[in-house]
Ligand binder design. Structure first.
Ligand code: AMP
Length: 249
């Protein structure tokens, strides 16, 4: 079975983000970028499935600037077989991502599509669910365990009240949650090998997909700075402050 994994290039989560001076977004020029952590988990899952013999080919897709090639090469070094860059300078929102992936699914006919549960830059948590809706496929979002059978997969999902166990018919769309696995580090020999793996470049227009943004960002601002804490003498003083200063009780 072929697995398609969607990976997004985002600002490295270890970098402290800065808002652009004009408030139009977050500064990304000269900032360290990395694979979205939930996408890394999705790639790791596909690689483990291949190692277990249930998957025969892993295709990774990224939509964005030419630099996404670096992110795709990282996925290839982790163990993916082939990469597709859907190159665009337009900021792709979740609906556009879902439409592009729908077109790639039509070409590649995978048995399973795995995405991250959310991109840590926009925190949308939408692309996977939208893709499943567009394809009319079953979906299992926030997967923390996936067991592939022949025609179906058993999935444990992280939900508010605990864990939910589902059986979904394949082909299906799944999104990876934090506890699904711990992604491997890429080794130097695998980085070298990844350079020789195929990386195809396509444009959204060639896929016949309209990726024009549907939402406009009005303003991005830093959260208000937190004031320093104070030590209180006793509970009576705390109650007094909550009542008369914070006015929350
Ligand atoms: P979001 O709905 O934006 O939080 O993204 C959820 C998931 O959709 C990500 O973890 C990726 O798997 C996928 N995704 C979002 N944006 C892109 C992109 N530009 N290229 C490839 N995959 C993406």
């Amino acid at each position: 079975m072929k697995v398609l994994v969607a990976i997004k290039r985002v600002v490295d989560p270890n970098v402290k983000v800065r808002v652009k001076a004009d408030g139009s977004g977050v500064e990304t020029a000269n900032i360290k970028m990395a694979m979205n952590p939930f996408c890394e988990i999705a790639v790791e899952q596909a690689v483990r499935m291949k190692e277990a013999g249930t998957v025969t080919e892993i295709v990774v897709v990224s939509i964005g600037a030419p630099q996404c090639q670096e992110t795709l090469r990282t996925a290839l070094a982790m163990g993916a077989d082939r990469a597709i860059l859907v190159e665009t300078g337009v900021e792709v929102q979740p609906l556009a991502v879902a439409k592009v992936l729908q077109a790639i699914v039509a070409k590649e006919a995978p048995g399973l599509v795995i995405l991250g549960k959310q991109a840590v830059d926009d925190d949308c948590n939408q692309a996977g669910q939208m893709l499943a809706a567009l394809l009319g496929w079953p979906q299992a979002a926030f997967a923390s365990k996936i067991t592939l059978g022949g025609e179906s997969a058993d999935v444990t999902r992280e939900i508010d009240g605990g864990l939910e166990h589902l059986t979904v018919k394949l082909p299906a769309v799944m999104t990876a949650d934090l506890r699904l696995n711990e992604p491997r580090y890429v080794t130097l020999p695998n980085i070298m090998k990844a350079k020789k793996k195929p990386l195809e470049n396509v444009k959204p227009e060639a896929l016949g997909v309209d990726i024009a943004p549907r939402l406009a960002t009005l303003k991005v601002e830093e959260p208000p700075k937190r004031g320093a804490g104070v030590k209180l003498a006793d509970v009576a003083e705390l109650v007094n402050k909550l009542k008369n200063e914070a006015k929350v009780i």
